[in-house]
Every structure is written in C-alpha cells, then in structure tokens.
Design a protein around this ligand. Structure first.
Ligand SMILES: CSC[C@@H](O)[C@@H](O)C(=O)COP(=O)(O)O
Length: 344
C-alpha cells in the first residue's frame, strides 16, 4: 500500500461552531470560503452548488443539522424547528442519495438523544466526514489494483476531493494509480454545462502536481477511436441494487462509447452512494437544473422561443460497467451479478 499525501484541497471545513464551504462556483479563479451558522444556509449552498458532489453534499447536510441543533436547542419547539431544517436540507437536490443517507442517520440519532442532542449529532457529522475520507483512500488503492498496468484514463465531472470528504472517489483511484507510477496520461472531460471537469478536476489535479489533459465532451469518442485510453473512471450519485449508476450527465454516452471501442468503465463510490431500496435505475430522480445554465443571455427574455432541456444526471445500465469499486469491495461485471454483495 502506498502512503497518502497531505491533501491540498478541502471543500468543507468544520470550525466547531460553523461550516466553511469552498465556493466551487468561483473556481478556479477564486478560492473563497463562505461561513454558515444555520441549516437553511447550508441547504442554500447545496442548492446553488457552492458545494456539490454526492458525498460532499451528504457531509455538508450532516453539518447543516448540527448547526440547526446548535441554533434551536433547547427552545421549547427545538425538535420541530430542527425537523423543518432537515426537510429544507432534504429538498436541496434530489439525485445524490448520500444526502438522504446522512439525514436519515441524523434524524434517527436525534430521536435517540432528546436530552443532549448537540454533542451526539456533532460527533456523528464529524464521523461521517472522516469515514468518507478513509473510504476514498481504501477505494483508491482497490481501484488502482484493478487498473493494474493501465497507462491512460479518462474521467468525467469532478469526483475528487472537492466532491467528497477528501481524496476523491474516481480521482482517488487516479491519485493512487498515479502514485504507483503506472499512469502516463490522465484525460478529463470539460463536463458541460457546469464545467466540473474544466474548472474543478483540472484545478484539483494541478494543486497536487498531477498532469491532466482537458478535452471537450464531444472529443471523447475520437479519444477512444484513436486508442488513447484504457479505462474511463467516474464517480456516482446513486447506485441501484442491480448496479445501474446515476452520475453526471454524459456518463451514459461515455459508457456506450466505451462498449463500442473496447474501453473499460470503472465506477468508484462509497457505500453511502448505494440505494438498495431501488431494484434498478429507473426509479432514480434525475435533477433538471435551470435553463439559464445553458441558454445564452439573449434567449432569457420571457418572449424568447429558445428554451433549454437541462437534465444534469443520467443512468448508466449495469451491463455497460466493467467494475464498481467501493471501500468494502468491488464487483466485476455488475450487469451479471448486481451489487447486493456489497450491502452490509
Ligand atoms: C464523488 S462525486 C460523484 C458524483 O457526485 C459526481 O460524479 C457528480 O455527478 C457530481 O455532480 P454535481 O452536479 O457536480 O453535484
């Protein structure tokens, strides 16, 4: 096992009484942290994508509950106020299951600790944050083992430290493989329309001195056709029991292209990203974001006849995935086996 370097990038900083959130809308030009003292503030930060990426959304929401308890306990109606803040946090974004996974744990703990809730929820939120970092480090090593001697990979979106408690899922695998000296080329899609690849992944890897080559999303087919990559490595927002994976829009098209070109596809995600209540990916809600993310401003006029369709996730069928890697283990060919073996 190789050692993990000190992390240069942190999306979330817990101060003990507030949450500092790196505003990812401003990267890579500006490194600016906003400080939040209440649950609705954190929910707004998630909705606006100041913090984004499935595990980071779950961690931020956990701290949002801590801030809510800190603000309202021990007022007579603290429980209903905290419940309202939890509902606001749950409504912030629909697709990443990590959000609901974290909130469910905090809700249950609050029910068990009505007398001293603050210390209990604080301990749990910090634990969720730390466990995510450890999971990513374990996943990174496991994923690097599966890559073996692969020389070149492509990633999509940002599934890095910025999207998690640290180290990253897909970027964790890439970090670990790079440290082993195997990877010669790392490609990143721009990831339109929000440019998570161009703005975040490129910046994050550059912070660690890891070279990366950016490409327009539409160049990915030609990258594969010309034999330049062995693997595509992505994260996930929700994985159903049969291994279908919801992830950033464009992942499905990469998976189809990969199948055609004989390129392998790895999904790296912590256990908190699995939703075993769903038999397959058809039940996953796909977030639609504002058309302003796509439309040129001359088309934002209310009389404009130009509109935009902006789904920000898609679902990749398990049959197109070569390996799903978690901190607990991995499944090769999930289309044949599903992922129930990864449940506790
Ligand atoms: C480890 S992050 C995994 C996914 O959350 C990531 O690939 C992704 O799709 C993020 O979408 P985003 O809309 O930026 O929150």
């Amino acid at each position: 096992m190789s050692t993990t370097p000190q992390l240069s990038v942190q999306a979330l900083l817990w101060t003990g009484h507030s949450l500092k959130v790196l505003d990812q809308r401003l990267l890579p030009e500006h490194i600016h942290y906003d400080e939040y003292q209440d649950g609705p503030g954190v929910a707004a930060a998630i909705r606006a994508m100041q913090v984004r990426g499935a595990p980071a959304i779950g961690i931020a929401a956990a701290y949002g509950v801590v801030l809510s308890v800190q603000q309202h306990f021990p007022a007579a109606d603290w429980q209903s106020r905290v419940a309202a803040d939890i509902a606001t946090l749950a409504a912030s974004r629909p697709t990443a299951v990590n959000l609901f996974w974290a909130l469910d744990q905090l809700r249950q703990l609050l029910a068990e600790n009505p007398v001293e809730p603050l210390s209990a929820v604080t301990e749990l939120a910090i634990n969720i944050h730390q466990e995510d970092l450890l999971a990513n480090q374990a996943m990174g090593e496991r994923g690097a083992d599966i890559l073996g001697d692969a020389k070149a990979v492509l990633t999509h979106c940002n599934a890095g430290a910025l999207a998690t408690g640290g180290y990253g899922t897909a970027l964790g695998v890439i970090r670990s493989a790079y440290q082993r000296g195997k990877l010669e080329s790392i490609y990143a899609d721009e990831t339109r329309p929000w440019l998570q690849g161009a703005r975040l992944t490129a910046w994050e890897l550059a912070q660690d001195g890891i070279p990366v080559t950016l490409l327009a999303d539409s160049a990915a087919a030609w990258l594969m056709k010309t034999g330049q990559i062995d693997w595509i490595i992505v994260g996930a927002d929700r994985i159903a029991a049969n291994g279908d994976v919801a992830n950033k829009i464009g992942t499905y098209s990469l998976a189809v292209l990969a199948k055609y070109h004989g390129v392998k596809l790895m999904v790296a995600a912590p256990s908190s990203t699995f939703d075993f209540s769903l038999a397959d990916g058809s039940g996953i809600e796909i977030e639609q974001r504002d058309s302003q993310e796509l439309l040129h401003k001359i088309y934002l006029d209310e009389h404009s006849r130009v509109t935009a369709w902006n789904p920000v996730f898609d679902v990749t069928p398990a049959a197109l995935i070569t390996a799903i890697v978690t901190e607990r283990g991995s499944v090769i060919n999930p289309g044949l086996h599903g992922v129930k073996s990864l449940a506790l």
